[in-house]
Design a protein around this ligand. Sequence first.
Ligand SMILES: Nc1ncnc2c1ncn2[C@@H]1O[C@H](COP(=O)(O)OP(=O)(O)OP(=O)(O)O)[C@@H](O)[C@H]1O
Ligand SMILES: [Mg+2]
Length: 253
Amino acid sequence: MAGAELELKNVSLRYGGVHALEDINIRLGTGGITGLIGPNGAGKTSLFNVITGFSRPSAGEVRFDGQRIDGLAVQQIARRGIARTFQNLRVFPGMTVFDNVSIGALSRQQFSLRSLWTPRRDKQQAVTDATWAALQRTGLSELAFELSANLSYGKRKYLEIARALALQPALLILDEPAAGLNDSETAALAAFLLQLKQQGLSLLLVEHDLSLVQKICDRVLVLSSGRLLAEGSPQQVMSNPAVIESYLGSEEY
Ligand SMILES: Nc1ncnc2c1ncn2[C@@H]1O[C@H](COP(=O)(O)OP(=O)(O)OP(=O)(O)O)[C@@H](O)[C@H]1O
Ligand SMILES: [Mg+2]
C-alpha cells in the first residue's frame, strides 16, 4: 500500500482530571521514520492510542490520508492502513507463530469491503499469503509452527511486528520496540526498521533508547506533560535546552 499522511489537529485527551494530551498538532508526511520521545508519563502511549482508535480524543481531529479517523473503531482504523505494536506484548502464547500473525492478515480481510464479493477460497489464500509474507519479512518463517510461548522475548517482539505487517499497513506504529533487547538485538532491530523504511513504509516509534532514535529517525517529536515540546531532526532536538531540561527533570534520566 502507498504511504498516507497523518495529521493531528488540536488533539487533547483527558482521563478524569489527568490531561494526558494537551492541544497536540502534528503532521507526518509519507515515508521515513519518526521518533516520539519524552519522559515517563509524557503521553506517548496515549498519543498512539488516540491515533489507533484505542482512545477517543476529548477534543481535536485525527486525519489519515485526508479523512477523519477519530471516532472510528480500532479495526476500521487498522484497515485504513495503520498498524501498531504494544508496549506490553500482546501475543497469544498458546497459539502458533503462524496463527498469531494470521490474526493481522485476517482482520484486514474481514473488514475489507471488497471481501464481500470475494470467494471464500480466495480470501483464505490472501490471508495465508499475507501471513507468510509477514513471517518472511521478519525472519520468522522457520518458526511458523512453533508455539509462541516457546519463543524468546526478542523473537516475540518480531512476532508482534509480523502481526502488524500482515495487515499490510502504510503506517506502522511501534511502542518501545527496543525495550528489553540487548545491544546486539537492538542493532539488528535498527537494521530491520531501516529496511522497512526502504521498502516504503512510514514508521512512528516511541523509544527510550535515544541512541537508537538518533541512529534511525529522520525526525523526532518530543512530548512532555502531554504537550508537544519540540520537533526537528534528532540533532536539533537533542541539543534543544528545553528537551534536555525535561529529561534531566525526570527521574528516569
Ligand atoms: N487508562 C488511563 N486512565 C487514567 N490515566 C491514564 C490512563 N492511561 C494513561 N494515563 C495517564 O496519562 C498520562 C500519560 O500516560 P502515557 O501512558 O501515555 O505515558 P507514556 O509517555 O507512554 O509513559 P511511559 O514512558 O511510562 O510509557 C500519565 O499521567 C498516565 O498516568
Ligand atoms: Mg508508554
